[in-house]
Design a protein around this ligand. Structure first.
Ligand SMILES: *Cc1c(COP(=O)(O)O)cnc(C)c1O
Length: 408
């Protein structure tokens, strides 16, 4: 008899994006003439930077020669890419992070789930509410939670509400927790954390021997030069934080796949016998056993992000999306909606108008403006009454979507 992983059966059915797809499909079958504009799913829309494509083409040609052929690479990533990442993303910002602490991977989504492999079952886990659903569901699958209640919250997790009242940066928990998932700039709310807020989290983590899992997938969208991009810009973070980064959103690698996780040497967890164990060694072992690296071609493409041309092209891409975000903010405000985010992140988070909950506003927007967004309640119970619009689209689509919303 084949037994299944019963933890999967605890997952709430009707996951957010399938439900959106179902409603959009039903609407477009009933209204085949409607030109639907999607400002929903967090995927980029603009083409890959030329510097990356040129580097990948050269890598493909090299693979066609005996001398330039590459088979299995290092599971941790090629040293030239790890060095470029350490130098440009960390050392240039004053972070004491070395190439050997960088683990190149095929995505932050999988890294932020896989990290649970090296962390014990008894950890008390805190997530924000609303939250990027991957953090919660991966804990459910790994058996680190209880069952979901009527509001969709899982037993055993500590939910930290983020809302307009606390500026969308969670309060430090009052109960002790061991693992804290933080994402800044934030998906879905578009909020960003100040240096003082990150310092408070690092202080908490050090005081409680806790680990911060810091998702910086959107760091490139930060516009205010006084804001930290990395948790390691905060003193003491090397002793209490792992950081996830990705080439998906800055360089449009959502379909190409390249990301990285930083695990500082000397960062420790505690074994059952009380012994301190270096997390770097466990992650290195985990990756060496279960992962065989990102393709040589893709790593060459990622390396090109750090060339002068690549840097200029990525900057232009980010600038383009942030201009979209500014248009969305401006037009929604003019339409009388209360908007948040969208200034240091490609997401605008808005309060749904009086009398409409998150799904009610979804149906209203789809039915009347033929615009698809994401209901805030899909990201957690505290997202109810909010709605996410993404800046990932063409200028023409963003402008047309805003015209239709203003005309409602
Ligand atoms: C898009 C996104 C990522 C990146 O995921 P990849 O697997 O690297 O494409 C990570 N975290 C959040 C919150 C995201 O929205």
């Amino acid at each position: 008899m084949v037994q299944v992983n019963g933890n999967y059966l605890k997952l709430k059915a009707g996951y957010l994006f399938p439900e959106i797809a179902r409603r959009v499909k039903a609407f477009s079958e009933a209204n085949p003439e409607a030109a639907i504009i999607r400002l929903g799913i967090g995927d980029v829309t603009e083409p890959l930077p030329e510097a990356c494509r040129t580097a990948m083409k050269a890598a493909i040609d090299a693979m066609g020669t005996r001398e330039g052929f590459h088979g299995y690479g290092p599971e941790q990533g090629y040293p030239w890419l790890r060095e470029a990442i350490a130098a440009h993303d960390f050392q240039a910002r004053g972070c004491d992070i070395s190439a050997e602490e960088i683990f190149v991977s095929d995505g932050s989504k999988c890294d932020s789930s896989n990290i649970l492999d090296i962390l014990g079952e008894g950890n008390r886990i805190a997530v924000t509410d609303p939250v990027y659903p991957v953090y919660v569901d991966s804990n459910v699958m790994a058996g680190r939670t209880g069952e979901a209640d009527a509001s969709g919250q899982y037993g055993g997790l500590t939910y930290l509400p983020i809302n307009a009242e606390n500026g969308f940066t969670a309060q430090i928990p009052t109960e002790p927790v061991d693992l804290i998932y933080l994402c800044f700039p934030n998906n879905p709310t578009g909020a960003v954390a100040s240096r003082a807020q990150l310092e408070a989290w690092v202080d908490y983590a050090r005081a409680h021997d806790a680990l911060i899992l810091f998702d910086a997938a959107y760091e490139a969208f930060i516009q205010d030069p006084s804001l930290p991009h990395s948790i390691y810009e905060i003193e003491g973070a090397r002793e209490c934080a792992i950081e996830f980064r990705s080439f998906s959103k800055n360089a449009g690698f959502t379909g190409t796949r390249c990301a990285l996780t930083v695990v500082p040497r000397g960062l420790k967890g505690t074994a059952a016998n009380g012994e301190k164990v270096e997390l770097w060694a466990l992650w290195n072992r985990r990756q060496s056993t279960k992962f065989n690296g990102v393709s040589y071609i893709v790593q060459r493409g990622a390396e090109a992000v750090y060339s002068p041309e690549g840097q200029a092209q990525v900057k232009a891409l980010i600038g383009f999306y942030m201009e979209n975000a500014a248009i969305i903010r401006r037009e929604l405000s003019a339409a009388g909606l209360q908007v948040y985010g969208g200034e240091q992140a490609p997401y605008v988070w808005l309060r749904t108008p009086q009398g409409l909950d998150s799904w009610g506003f979804f149906d209203h927007l789809l039915g009347r403006a033929h615009v698809v967004g994401t209901p805030g309640s899909g990201f957690g119970a505290a997202g109810e009454g909010y709605f996410r619009l993404s800046a990932f689209n063409s200028r023409a689509n963003v402008e047309e979507a805003m015209r239709r919303i203003r005309a409602l």
